[in-house]
Design a protein. Sequence first.
Length: 663
Amino acid sequence: MPLPMEEVRRTETRRLEKLPEGLDSLVHRAHGAWKSRRRFQRELWESAGRIETAAEALRTLHELELRDLLRACRAKVRRRGRDWISIFEEVLPAVVETAHREIGLRPYRVQIMGALGIAHGRLVEMATGEGKTLTISLAAVPLGWLGLPCHVITANDYLAERDANELAPLYRACGLRAGHISAPMSQEDRRSNYLAGVVYTTSKELVADFLRDRLALGPLTDPGRRTVARFLKLPQGTQPLVQRGLYSAIVDEADNQMIDEAVTPLIISREQENADLLHASRLADRLAASLLVGEDYELNVQFKEVKLLELAHGKVAAWCREHGEGVFSHPAWMETLVTQALHARHFFLRDKQYVVVDGQVIIVDEFTGRLMPGRTWRLGLHQAVQAKEGVSVTNPAESLARLSFQRFFRLFRLLSGITGTGAEASNEFWRMYELPLVVIPPHRPCVRAEWREEFFVTAAEKWKAIVAEIERLHAQGQPILVGTRSVAASEHLGHLLTARGFTFSILNAVRHKEEAAIVSLAGEPNSITIATNMAGRGTDIRLGHGVAGHGGLHVILTELHESGRIDRQLRGRAGRQGDPGSTHTFASFEDELVERFLPPPVQRLVLAVLRRHPPGSRKVAAWALHLAQKRAQKQAYVQRRMVAAQDQQLAENLIAGENVDQV
């Protein structure tokens, strides 16, 4: 039986405060700017220098003496409890020396600096290739010593398992066990791994287990109620909890997980049989196929909206009178399904938002390019996509519990993050999570060359120029990494290169196996690697023999992304740790970013300028594309604020005597 305090901690979370608005928001933002001042960076640099010196002095310690020192450090941290940060600088040298002996990596001063930033609950920005994985472990060890749940949240299951296994010797020498959680695990295996001192997992698995535990407890989520129920010998359920609670979290690739994907709610659901809906979804797809854009309905490309016009209302009503059955004989119901079918046809495209594998529609993460098996779209949209593709239409899901990642991250008492691109979203990190930014300088100066952006009127012209550049650099022996936005784009480039006789590797949602192995070889001489978005993120690309003399890794961006941070992450794959490297961005005015976010009058103006090629036309094109990107970023930010407001409103509406912050 767990001790009383352990039982409390299993479901105890941080009480959430309302996000500041109005004048309070201005004051709050100023406070964040003050906490992110450069003076703190200088203080961390000085502290890291002292720790590095102290760690050097431990090189001569015998193995047994180091183990005794680690045990003493662990005891000090335990005694300090939640005030452990006050002795972090004192215990870190022993961890640094242990890392060198156990896994053969001597932490650089900047990595120690990053660990200090994590320990102080900050958003740490470290350039790609600077060793974030080791940096995280230096901070995770003292957090594990506390005896409270410590989670390292990674981008995918592979990284969670890889990091836990590779760092296991370090944790083991420090008296800790490293666990990891992945999608295929049984409940018993999950329970065992959550008992580890440091747990590596993904946000999806962590939130799913969090919600399942609360569903199992029901009204007994509150520890006080469980105590009373135990005292009165009332039934408390038979299903044991999987997690041992939330206390601290270190979020790797924080910009992607806490900003880009934060508005996506994780929903626990169960299948709900609805034969009428399945039949109606197929019929709605046929009806939608007969409608004409501009005549029966209008499209808002920027906001991905469909509006039925009067003529369409009449056609749907006539169809219902002739073919309608049951509830779907009512035009209002059928109009909803037809609208979803039109959404599926125009805004959910195969090899972009999803792929079809073995007769199943599988969603593709638009930020990472990875498959998300098991996830479905809500409100009949998934059924509409299945009907469009002509595959088996599955039953809709009934929601049992849901929670946005944005709200979930705020439940941790100690939260920190690390990323290669945090500066662009520093204000949002502070507003939402109260994480001040600290920028860690690179271990060696970056010498990456960023070539001038190239802009084209049509996509065909753009792809022709990209292939020509690949051909030229490949002949020089330079390795090339090409980043694309979608599966379709990567496959299209693959066909173009095949026609020219090139050998290459493609990494996308369809060809996702051996992801890390493919990306790790992207720095070998003469290699050509095509990857969707951030595929391979978290895997180090090392330059092969002689590559540095040929200019290092060359990264090609085939179009601008809706978030400038993703562009910077892609560029950051070249020129790691002072290596030579270069990047080149290509874009056309047929790209999705332009189509969705650049106003049509501006599009026409810029295209007219580009076709005439007057002096300064390139600057006009650059201005237009970056304007579209800024509009996209603003829209995404507004959406995240709306989700935060909805979360807050839901919490306030559901209070009714319950502590909603428990969920």
